[in-house]
Design a protein around this ligand. Structure first.
Ligand code: URA
Length: 287
């Protein structure tokens, strides 16, 4: 693949033309024999395939209150507020189809964020996307518009996606990504998500991943990365290799909002996106 004029313009606009190669590095040949990671991914793919993209939706069980789980292992990244309000968490999320999941998210009252949100932000994009992007939580603009990544960081994300020929807009599953956040509601004043909020919201993201069945997930920013991977390690230590969640390869990188503050690190993010593309190509060859 050669960069199109449009993509080159995107690279320039992102301010990374100086870091990013004029032409993408070729995807390395993958030996026919399965490498260990490929094996793991194949097994993982089988596991996630059991979920079945077209599996009939299981009927929703009657609503009942699930006791809130213990704080996830991301605790420690954010001090727990003493007055965290937790409500009932929808049950049966792990068997919901898209309409049921959307309905469950929009009516969710599992944490105190339901009291301050304007609306929930479910996610956007192709329900059969090959790439899934996971961010942190809606900000003010997202809370107003009901769509993830529509503020300044989102505009940069769009340019980053365009640079690798992906888009959030209408396109087939090959080019159109699915974008979702760890939290579906905006934390007041864009404060950091609390571990309890992440834990309450987590089943929604896991179900989105299971329904989309992407080739890979790109996790952006500390909260997305740490809550998906159940770690407290910083991104700097986690990037550059392939992780796995629920059978799906995960590539981690910095959040676009971080890049707006630290533009010199755009080159690192470009490396991460190249790695993601490589992972997808390898997965396809191994399939
Ligand atoms: N930052 C995120 O992580 N997600 C959004 O939707 C907006 C900003």
């Amino acid at each position: 693949m050669r960069w199109s004029e449009r993509q080159l313009a995107m690279l320039k606009e992102m301010g990374v033309a100086a870091f990013w190669p004029a032409q993408p590095a070729p995807v390395p040949e993958v030996p026919a024999a399965r490498s260990e990671p490929a094996e793991a991914h194949a097994l993982a793919a089988e596991a996630i395939a059991q979920v079945g993209r077209s599996a009939p939706a299981a009927p929703r069980p009657p609503a009942r209150v699930v006791p809130p789980p213990a704080a996830p292992s991301t605790s420690g990244t954010t001090p727990a507020a003493p007055d965290v309000v937790l409500g009932p968490r929808p049950v049966g999320v792990d068997t919901m189809d898209w309409p049921a999941l959307r309905e469950a998210v929009s009516g969710c009252q599992a944490c105190g964020l339901c009291q301050s949100r304007r609306q929930t932000v479910f996610g956007t994009g192709n329900e059969q996307a090959r790439w899934m992007i996971v961010g942190e939580a809606p900000g003010e603009q997202e809370d107003r518009q009901g769509e993830p990544f529509v503020g300044r960081a989102g505009q940069l994300l769009d340019r980053m996606l365009a640079a690798i020929d992906l888009t959030r807009s209408e396109a087939g599953p090959e080019r159109q990504v699915f974008i979702a956040n760890v939290l579906k509601c905006r934390p007041p004043a864009n404060r950091n998500p609390l571990p309890q909020e992440v834990a309450q919201c987590e089943p929604f993201l896991l179900r989105q991943m299971a329904l989309v069945q992407p080739d890979l997930i790109v996790a952006m920013g500390r909260f997305a990365v740490q809550s998906l991977l159940k770690t407290t390690e910083p991104i700097g230590k986690l990037r550059g290799r392939v992780h796995e969640v629920a059978g799906v390869p995960v590539v981690v990188t910095y959040h676009p909002a971080y890049l707006l503050r630290n533009p010199a690190d755009k080159g690192l993010v470009w490396d991460d996106l190249c790695l993601a593309r490589e992972v997808q190509a390898r997965r396809r060859q191994g399939a």
